[in-house]
Design a binder for this molecule. Structure first.
Ligand SMILES: C[S@@+](CC[C@H](N)C(=O)[O-])C[C@H]1O[C@@H](n2cnc3c(N)ncnc32)[C@H](O)[C@@H]1O
Length: 195
């Protein structure tokens, strides 16, 4: 079920080209799908996960993966405006302080760049919405917070929704693309001051 989201996200990114930061890369399940002409950096909090990802990179000789680094998504150790695309798959509903993570994602993204997300978001209608509310206390068993609302990731003022689609099966996961406003970041502030 989660692989459909990964494949959809990477397919989209392959059409963009350039540099990619994958936040919460885990064991690197997405890495082999990236086109060889991309420059992919992966970060994760867990050194154990990263070691598994590195083994995949070595085994499959994934030259598009330029770095795997241990890092907290809440305090990304990269300069402002440095990646063409930031991807995060099945991460936002498990990280602490997802709003802070979104703000960091936007900071490191170039103006006009895309944030590509796949995640489960709580449904608001229907029988499955009821089931998600009931199952919310069992996040540790089902692997994600079933009551995680999409508004949590849409609060970052520098990002605008470009695409939002539910994925099969049953629309459990959502594919979401946000773009960073051209006037955001330091250049945007300077422009605003001049005006
Ligand atoms: C459900 S896994 C998803 C992994 C991968 N994206 C995938 O699709 O298989 C969530 C990942 O987020 C990472 N993570 C959780 N909190 C984090 C944080 N604060 N900073 C960076 N990574 C974090 C976990 O270590 C884990 O690898």
């Amino acid at each position: 079920m989660t692989n459909i989201g990964r494949r959809r996200a990477v397919e989209y990114i392959n059409g963009l080209g350039g540099s990619v930061l994958e936040v919460g890369v885990g064991t690197g399940l997405s890495l082999q799908y990236y086109n060889p002409d991309l420059q992919v950096t992966g970060i994760d909090f867990s050194a154990e996960m990263l070691a598994k990802a590195q083994r995949k990179v070595d085994f499959h000789q994934l030259d598009q993966v330029v770095a795997l680094r241990q890092m907290d998504a809440r305090t990304l150790d990269f300069p402002d405006n440095c990646f063409d695309t930031v991807a995060t798959m099945h991460v936002l509903s498990v990280v602490p302080e997802p709003e802070r993570v979104m703000s960091e994602i936007s900071r490191v993204l170039k103006p006009g760049g895309k944030v590509v997300i796949t995640n489960h978001f709580m449904r608001t209608k229907g029988i499955l919405a009821l089931f998600e509310r009931i199952s919310a206390p069992f996040a540790n068993i089902i692997g994600w917070h079933s009551d995680f609302v999409i508004e949590t990731v849409l609060q970052e003022p520098t990002l605008t929704v470009e695409e939002q689609k539910t994925l099969p099966p049953l629309g459990m996961m959502t594919f979401l693309v946000l773009s960073k406003n051209l006037t955001s970041g330091r250049l945007g502030i300077a422009a605003a001051v001049v005006r």
